[in-house]
Design a protein around this ligand. Structure first.
Ligand code: FES
Length: 133
């Protein structure tokens, strides 16, 4: 099993229409998750990076909420338009996307390591099925 260098959790929690708390599903959480997965696939990063659904991350008013581990960086109000920047800067280069940070949930900005991509490992670690849904 691959050991992911970055694990992206995207809230896709759904609440009934009219619920005053709102939800990330109504703000496009599933679309954001699918766009991240597509970027991971097209950039051939599946051995190192994974994007998964999450239930409510208790940050509903600032959704779509995304948290990326192992650094535990929390982003809020994430839209489809932010996916490329998250991939280019945070995932690939280890740069924090400051404008999306949820300040109440993050410690002081940290310096992250860039992704360590080794093509030979990618071939060996790529899953042979669509079982990563
Ligand atoms: S519904 Fe997404 S953080 Fe609560």
């Amino acid at each position: 099993m691959p050991r992911y260098q970055r694990h992206i959790f995207v809230c896709t929690n759904l609440r009934p229409p009219g619920n005053p708390t709102g939800c990330c599903s109504a703000k496009g959480g599933e679309q954001v998750r699918l766009a991240l997965k597509e970027e991971i696939r097209t950039r051939k990063l599946k051995p190192w990076v994974r994007a998964c659904t999450s239930s409510c991350l208790a940050n509903c008013s600032d959704g779509v909420t995304v948290v990326i581990y192992p650094e535990a960086v929390w982003y809020g109000r994430v839209t489809l338009q932010d996916v490329d920047e998250i991939m280019d800067r945070h995932i690939m280069k280890g740069e924090i996307v400051e404008r999306l940070l949820i300040t109440k949930l993050n410690d002081a900005p940290r310096r992250l390591a860039p992704l360590d991509v080794r093509p030979a490992e990618a071939d060996a670690a790529l899953p042979d099925s669509k079982s990563d849904e």
